[in-house]
Design a protein around this ligand. Structure first.
Ligand code: TGC
Ligand code: FAD
Length: 392
């Protein structure tokens, strides 16, 4: 793979909107990605292996629980710093960002928000340091966009709960130490349980043959009469709103992350277009290629503004779920379109692992589907502006 020459585009001087702390956090993550991720990520993706050697570094840059308070091992940062870290990691690879998103927003966040003090003390510091890795089980084989229909269930057996069912498409599942599992009780109410690797009847078979997110491990969670201690139920929130609340945080991070992937594709295509000559001229001198590049930087700039404003509202506590959906949907679609256009600017070279664009393009096919599909987020906006649900 080519040496990482990335230079971040900032067409509207957005740096002026960032604090010194934001820039410090962003630059540290950027340097780490250049040093540790870029040199190894192509090979990991080609081999379809999660690069476990990145776990310590992810913890060190604050990617595990950026906004979780320091007393529980988190970095205690604000929402814009969290977004910037996700942007930089996804500039390297969406699969690596996935691991950080799941650990932070889908594992640490629910324990922090819905867990007991004992659960917070037991799990959060180890998750923040990367000593422990978690996963999040919401999706089932027959319930993806409609998680409320889930059939995974648990029964009260007096001194423990008995858990049965299966989850599918679970990031980090094959090597996670714990799983946050969403399941229905005997009354059909959804609760979150912390299931630990090693509990009898719990297995995590890996999903193979993915053409997307190859540097992220995906698997199933299978529960066959798993005895879960009662103290592993997170008591502070139940109902579908509990897992959806975690998704708000992760979707927000993806809205920033997708910008990172888009910036990398744009920057690579711009450099290539200025260097590559055809018909005796750099291809950047042709109007058709300039149109592609000019549209890319316009869309990146709009996405940056959307993410920054959403971050400000998240810091104030005023961002709605529907506003988060809009940013996730827009920014991921923006990134996937830019990856496709950038790939064309590189001609045949664009399909090789010499450059990051094809990997980003394939990764974004997952990103546009997980955490709520492109269509589902449109329907969430539709519901928000009309007041009429169009899901069924
Ligand atoms: P609905 O009746 O609308 O809502 C049920 C309850 O939930 C509340 N709620 C929310 N709460 C917090 N945040 C949100 N975003 C919320 N959206 C809804 C709602 O107020 C209600 O509360 P209550 O108290 O009245 O019960 O639910 P519905 O069954 O009609 O479904 C709505 C729909 C389709 C929007 C929702 O289910 C949905 O978002 N579907 C998409 C599923 C999804 O995103 N799955 C993601 C799985 S995790 C994942 O992909 C991780 S990838 C990680 C990585 O690798 O990076
Ligand atoms: P479906 O829900 O079957 O949707 C299929 C198509 O139908 C989509 O185009 C969808 O938009 C459309 N559709 C569905 N309902 C409607 C409707 N009402 N109106 C119009 N169109 C509709 N899940 C987890 O719980 N944890 C994870 O860690 C996790 N990681 C993932 C990692 C990867 C690599 C992938 C690919 C997925 C992951 N997921 C995870 C699952 C992901 O969230 C689901 O794939 C996603 O929510 C969509 O569900 P589905 O695949 O069952 O598609």
């Amino acid at each position: 793979m080519k040496a990482d020459q990335f230079q971040a585009p900032d067409y509207y001087n957005l740096d002026e909107l960032l604090s010194d702390e934001h820039k410090m956090v962003r630059d540290a993550s950027r340097e780490w990605v250049k040093r540790e991720v870029s040199p190894i990520i192509e090979e990991a993706a080609q081999k379809a292996e999660f690069p476990k050697q990145l776990i310590n570094g992810l913890a060190e840059i604050g990617a595990f629980g950026p906004y979780i308070p320091e007393e529980y091992g988190g970095a205690g940062l604000d929402q814009i710093s969290y977004g910037l870290i996700m942007q930089e990691i996804e500039r390297g690879d969406s699969g690596v960002r996935s691991t950080a998103s799941v650990q932070s927003s889908l594992v640490m966040y629910p324990i922090f928000k819905y867990g007991t003090e004992e659960q917070k003390k037991k799990y959060l510091p180890k998750l923040a340091s990367g000593e422990m890795i978690g996963c999040f089980g919401l999706t089932e084989p027959d319930h993806g966009s409609n998680p409320g229909g889930m059939t995974t269930n648990f029964k009260d057996k007096g001194d423990h709960y008995l858990l049965n069912g299966a989850k599918m498409w679970i990031s980090n599942a094959p090597f996670a130490d714990i799983a946050i599992v969403w399941a229905k009780n005997e009354e059909g109410r959804i609760h979150g349980l912390i299931v630990e690797r090693g509990m009898e009847g719990f297995s995590t078979p890996e999903t193979h043959n993915k053409w997307s997110l190859r540097a992220s491990a995906t698997g199933e969670l299978v529960f066959n009469n798993v005895k879960v201690p009662k103290e592993n139920l997170m008591p502070e929130k139940s109902g579908l709103g509990a897992p959806l609340g975690c998704l708000d945080s992760a979707r927000y991070g993806i809205a920033w992350g997708a910008i990172g992937a888009a910036m990398d594709c744009y920057d690579t295509a711009l450099r290539y277009a200025k260097e590559r000559e055809q018909f005796g001229k750099p291809i950047a001198s042709f109007q058709l290629q300039q149109k592609k590049l000019a549209e890319m930087i316009t869309e990146i700039t709009k996405a940056q503004l959307l993410a920054w404003r959403l971050g400000v509202m998240r810091n104030e506590g005023t961002a709605t779920s529907a506003q988060i959906s809009m940013a996730k949907r827009n920014n991921v679609a923006m990134a996937i379109n830019i990856a496709r256009e950038a790939r064309q600017i590189l001609g045949g070279m664009g399909i090789t692992g010499e450059y990051s664009i094809m990997r980003h393009s394939m990764n974004l096919e997952s990103v546009i589907t997980y955490e709520g599909t492109h269509d589902i987020h449109l329907l969430i906006t539709g519901l928000d502006i009309t007041g009429i649900p169009a899901f069924e």
